[in-house]
Design a protein around this ligand. Sequence first.
Ligand code: SF4
Length: 181
Amino acid sequence: MGNGDGLCAPPPPCRGNGRQGRGSAPRAPQRAHPEIFGSRRSPMCERLKFRPHHFLCSLGFEGKGYSEGFTANMSAIVGGRLRRPDGEDVKIEVVAAADDICAPCPSRRGALCVAQDRIARLDAAHARALEVAPGDVLRWGEALDRMAALPAGALNEICSGCQWLAGGMCAKALDRLKADR
Ligand code: SF4
């Protein structure tokens, strides 16, 4: 998974506190599929919805995904919002179904996934590890703190069954986060 380029110029952030975020340079945002999940405010101010395992997936995202549309959407969320200088202030609601990252996924079937059992296992393991539950709302910065507190090698257990685990980018991203915080 990776970083998308070539999108429109980013609008101003919701609030500027000068806090420096992590990761790549600011990316241009796109709205995260409002046709599916609705939209009420500026895309930069909207609260994101993440199922539990998508916190760590976002941390390790390197621009690869399941389709062109999936990758563009995830690039807009991760690069265009979370990795902006003010990205740690983005609020994220934990949900128990298809979320803003799942929206354009070719495997999504309504609020479920064609691999629902495997996805549900990933969500359960990540929810336990990060101590999050559906309905929780946390800042991306808080999520980073929780991820940084995971024990070394945690992904080998909680990400078991994910096709991206063997690539190692998620583990490397977590190691960098732990070293940085
Ligand atoms: S290995 Fe898979 S489930 Fe785990 S963080 Fe990476 S993409 Fe997400």
